[in-house]
Write a protein that binds this ligand. Structure first.
Ligand SMILES: [Zn+2]
Length: 68
């Protein structure tokens, strides 16, 4: 699966990209780096300095957070 510039959007309710998310920047949580994405996809909790814990909880609650 090819992942573009991905971010979590609280309005879309999952990982999206600029192409499919029409929302403002304030609803978006940037996920930078391949390592962080891999951790999330393998259901590992990223450390707090990489991502806020409450955001991690929401993301991990999705079966497949990376949507096309
Ligand atoms: Zn959105």
């Amino acid at each position: 699966m090819f992942i573009r510039e991905a971010f979590y959007c609280s309005r879309c309710g999952g990982f999206v990209n600029e192409k499919i998310c029409p929302h403002e920047e304030e609803f978006r949580v940037r996920v930078s780096g391949t390592k962080l994405r891999k951790m999330i996809m393998s259901k590992q909790k990223p450390p707090e300095y990489m991502m806020r814990p409450e955001v991690v909880e929401v993301i991990l609650s999705f079966e497949n957070p990376f949507v096309e």
